[in-house]
Ligand binder design. Structure first.
Ligand SMILES: [Fe+2]
Length: 188
């Protein structure tokens, strides 16, 4: 596979054809995985210096590279400040993320409460893995994870979602306070 030349418009064309023929969410993610890796390794085609500029308030920077008019098939470059990350959160859609620059620690969680109380959520950590350049994590809708940059430099990853994450009504979680609240991010 030629990873030297693969642009975001080419990736988007491939995402459209995958969505048109895939059986289900799992099938979509399996087909998007190698494309996410390919686009991450072909970063010269799309990665710009300003995509390293993370927002100091939220700890990371989100640059929209593509979305369809109905907000589906959203592609973002996300930069992470050293020692910063996200609270545990879900996406409200499938997610495929590939490392572009630097390592990123992902912690994975499952919901262990019965979802009977609005705003209340109990999480249990079920795994953790650090993803490096070209490594891909795929999460179905409903999966909960938290991202952390443990390195001493800004990291960047390429994020592909079934829908723009500010339009999916997704949640963030506080495992200590046992709360679930809306999670909307600042996007450049
Ligand atoms: Fe996420």
């Amino acid at each position: 596979m030629d990873s030297a030349a693969y642009s975001i418009p080419q990736l988007v064309e491939d995402l459209r054809s995958i969505r048109a023929q895939a059986k289900d969410e799992r099938d979509i993610m399996n087909q998007v995985r190698p494309l996410a890796r390919r686009a991450a390794l072909a970063k010269e085609a799309w990665l710009k210096p300003e995509m390293f500029e993370a927002d100091a308030g939220q700890g990371f920077g989100v640059t929209l590279l593509h979305e369809e008019p109905d907000h589906t098939l959203a592609v973002f470059a996300v930069s992470w400040l050293p020692g910063r990350g996200t609270p545990p959160h879900d996406h409200g859609t499938w997610a495929v993320v590939a490392g572009v620059h630097g390592p990123e620690l992902n912690r994975f969680y499952e919901r262990v409460d019965d979802r009977s109380r609005k705003g209340h959520a109990e999480l249990k950590q079920i795994g953790a893995k650090t993803f490096g350049i070209g490594e891909v994590v795929a999460m179905p809708a409903g999966a909960v994870h938290a991202v952390w940059n443990e390195s001493d430099a800004v990291s960047v990853s390429l994020h592909i979602y079934g829908k723009h994450i500010n339009f999916t009504q997704r949640s963030q979680y506080d495992p200590d306070e046992r709360t679930e609240t809306p999670f909307v991010v600042k996007v450049n």
